[in-house]
Design a protein around this ligand. Structure first.
Ligand code: SF4
Length: 143
């Protein structure tokens, strides 16, 4: 699945969950997206839920901002670096981020970074429209 396919599919899933939560306050919505609640009530939101597995080893994992507003991708790649196509990167160059080197491509590796999963960060970025928060993530308009 390409980045843009994932992005559109996930944004639609997020919107479908949000459509059920219109009666909740912002605080309640954020609480609803806690890993433990999502596993129970939204099993199709993330493929890892089936195995009760977290994408990051952290206690208070919140799934509202999967993916991350700082992630940048272009399905065609941004530029060539030493013979490899740069497909994605971190806009804030997080110290906990890394680069995954494929045979001919470079991808941002967020495995070690928990930035978007903390509730304080989610509150600072909050909007009920996931696509609005993520508007800078794709290099081209995905609407
Ligand atoms: S490294 Fe961290 S801040 Fe950067 S895009 Fe990945 S999750 Fe977001």
């Amino acid at each position: 699945m390409s980045y843009s396919e994932w992005f559109k599919t996930h944004g639609k899933k997020h919107a479908a969950v949000m459509a059920k939560l219109t009666h909740m306050s912002d605080e309640e919505v954020i609480r609803y997206f806690r890993f433990e609640n999502m596993v129970q009530h939204e099993p199709d939101f993330c493929p890892l839920y089936a195995k009760h597995q977290k994408c990051h080893d952290m206690e208070d994992l919140n799934c509202y901002l999967c993916a991350c507003p700082n992630f940048r991708f272009d399905d065609a790649g941004f530029k060539e670096i030493e013979g490899k196509r740069l497909m994605s990167y971190c806009a804030v160059d997080s110290k906990d981020g890394d680069v995954f080197e494929g045979e001919d491509a470079l991808h941002q590796n967020c495995t070690g970074c928990t930035v978007p999963h903390h509730e304080a960060y989610i509150k600072s970025m909050f909007d009920r429209d996931w696509f609005k928060i993520m508007r800078k993530v794709p290099s081209k308009d995905q609407s």
